[in-house]
Design a protein around this ligand. Structure first.
Ligand code: FAD
Ligand code: SIN
Length: 546
């Protein structure tokens, strides 16, 4: 048991999360404001770090903004917000320039920008080549380059291994002015103590929640913390039933994952999906074949696996030259060698895995949530871009555009915001918490694995009413147990994580039960058809606007 104390940190903007969304926002603000970036693990650990394919942006002469908009809308299956889609796609070009100006390097060869020619890749659902990439490790290039910049900036302070627990919000008694976010309670993993951070504005850039699924491409940090934190604080969430399953991950190597991704750019360069007898199955399903959108390809693979009682299907790019494969996909080639596969000669066993949270915390075009002073940007957010199924490589783009638009909004509002004189009285529930090292670790591990299995088995690629209800009961029971621990002042890093995972799992199931149709990533056997009106699923917490 360790001492709990309350050191107090102060800054203009508190950014929670150090993926591309958080880091690019920090850099856009830091010349004028004091920024603190909190991150729950090592500075570069994030989904961003593992992004392979790249960032979609229109640069090819044969391409156009309208084609990119159209592809995004088709992929989103009637549920995208057209205005937001257009807003993001029109701002893609300037965001690519911003990255290049900040030192990010993209593969070159075909499209000219300022005397340089860039190689644009293709992915599922894209009618044209438009993916900026750095071989097959685009995320690593972006994350590490931005980190170098952030570390050089005097106005940015970084706190690693600092887990945001909850927000501190404030409303003057009887005031008509809505509640405002004034800080956050944070668990310092090294010192084993709770700390409080004061800020004029707070930005959640905590990424997605795909770790609530047993098999996922996402790193451990993707436990949906920000979504749960925002929900508890009173923010609405939308479209959480649309969790995207990436079609091609290396056949599950271990349950704890992450499961190694085989980028869609492989199919963009001609790789086929085949059965064990090497016959292609996508040709009869969609005219785009292997380059259909992810919802369609994942469902086709799921069907092949279940119908033929096989463990996986295979990715086959052996018809391309060895030199081409090794130049375009060096990381994947080498990683697969460690698993005993030669990408240039072998067909590779693949299965779908949870990959991306299309829904999230509702924000406007400036990244503002329902609470004053609280922003949410990146995968945590629901902007309206992705609809019922995100188009490949539109996520990094959304992170960058919203970091830019939130920075504009913050620069406009910050000059008129003052710090709160002192923080509101600490919530005793937090103040009294005792850190229990190793307490019931085994039980907590079993909670995590139960949540992830339940979500995978019952809220997966193909759903039905009975299994959604089963998952609902299972997760509700687990959540009650977990909340009991937490409310009885038990406290550990793992408990914080499970508290958030169980909350987000509950919200996903609730959203999935509400949607009585099949659309995009949400396929329910009893409701195979589309309803005529496409409406987002919005969940409203009890404390909304209080
Ligand atoms: P992240 O990059 O996930 O960062 C979240 C940050 O929040 C982390 O620093 C984390 O530590 C921190 N955090 C979380 N909770 C807390 C807490 N409680 N307290 C403090 N800090 C916290 N998209 C594309 O567009 N193109 C691609 O090619 C592509 N490839 C992908 C490949 C893989 C394997 C994966 C997993 C995803 C891929 N995606 C891709 C999706 C894309 O990478 C993510 O959506 C995007 O990087 C999310 O960025 P972010 O900044 O919102 O969150
Ligand atoms: C991939 O490289 O296949 C992932 C791209 C994405 O998630 O947008």
């Amino acid at each position: 048991m360790n001492k709990i104390s309350f050191p107090d940190y102060k800054c203009d903007v508190l950014i929670i999360g150090s993926g591309v969304a958080g880091l690019s926002l920090a850099l856009r603000l830091a010349d004028n404001y004091k920024i603190i970036v909190l991150t729950k693990s090592k500075l570069n650990e994030s989904s961003t770090l593992y992004a392979q394919g790249g960032i979609a942006a229109v640069f090819d002469k044969k391409d156009s903004i309208n084609y990119h908009i159209k592809d995004t809308l088709i992929s989103g299956n009637g549920l995208c917000d057209k205005e937001v889609v257009s807003f993001i796609i029109k701002n893609a070009e300037s965001c690519i320039h911003w990255l290049i100006n900040n030192g990010v390097s993209f593969d070159t060869n075909s499209t000219k920008i300022k005397n340089k020619s860039y190689h644009l890749a293709k992915e599922g659902g894209h009618s044209h080549r438009r993916i900026f990439h750095n071989a097959d490790c685009t995320g690593r290039e972006i994350e590490n380059t931005l980190i170098k910049k952030v570390l050089q900036h005097n106005n940015i302070s970084i706190f690693e291994y600092s887990i945001a627990i909850d927000l501190i919000t404030f409303k003057k008694f009887n005031s008509l002015i809505p509640r405002r976010a004034v800080g956050a309670w944070v668990w310092n993993c090294n010192k084993k103590q709770i700390e409080s951070y004061h800020a004029k504005a707070i930005v959640l850039a905590t990424g997605g929640a795909s770790r609530v699924y047993q098999y996922t491409t996402n790193p451990e940090i993707a436990s949906g913390d920000g979504i749960a934190i925002a929900w508890r604080a009173g923010c609405r969430v939308a479209n959480l039933e649309f969790n995207q399953f990436h079609p091609t991950c290396l056949l599950y190597t271990h349950e704890e994952g992450p499961n190694f991704l085989l980028t869609e750019a492989l199919r963009g360069e001609g790789a086929w999906l085949v059965r064990p007898d090497r016959s292609r199955f996508m040709l009869s399903i969609d005219k785009r074949a292997e380059l259909a959108t992810r919802d369609i390809v994942s469902r086709a693979i799921d069907y092949e696996i279940k119908n033929n009682n096989i463990d996986c299907v295979y990715l086959d790019i052996t018809h391309k030259s060895e030199q081409f494969i090794r130049t375009h996909f060096p990381i994947i080639y080498n990683k697969l060698l460690n698993f005993g596969f030669d990408l240039t000669k072998d067909i590779i066993p693949v299965v779908p895995a949870a990959h991306y949270t299309c829904g999230g915390v509702i924000v406007d075009k400036l990244g503002r949530t329902d609470i004053n002073g609280l922003y949410a940007i990146g995968e945590i957010s629901y902007t309206g871009l992705h609809g019922a199924n995100r188009l490949a490589s539109n996520s990094l783009l959304e992170c960058l555009v919203y970091a830019w638009s939130a920075s504009k909004s913050l620069m406009k509002t910050l000059p008129s915001i003052n710090y709160f004189g002192s923080l509101p009285v600490y919530d005793n529930k937090i103040n009294n918490k005792k850190y229990h090292l190793n307490v019931n670790e085994l039980e907590l591990n079993s909670y995590i694995s139960k949540i992830r299995k339940s979500m995978w088995n019952h809220v997966g690629i193909v759903r039905n009413i009975k299994s959604l209800k089963h998952a609902k009961n299972e997760i509700n029971l687990l959540k009650k147990e977990i909340d009991k621990y937490y409310n009885n002042n038990y406290f550990s890093e793992k408990l914080l994580k499970i508290r958030n995972m169980s909350q987000v799992a509950k919200l996903i199931i609730h959203s999935a039960i509400k949607r009585k149709e099949s659309r995009g990533l949400h396929y329910v056997q009893e409701y195979p058809d589309l309803l005529s009106r496409a409406i987002p699923t919005i969940l409203i917490p009890n404390n909304y606007k209080k």
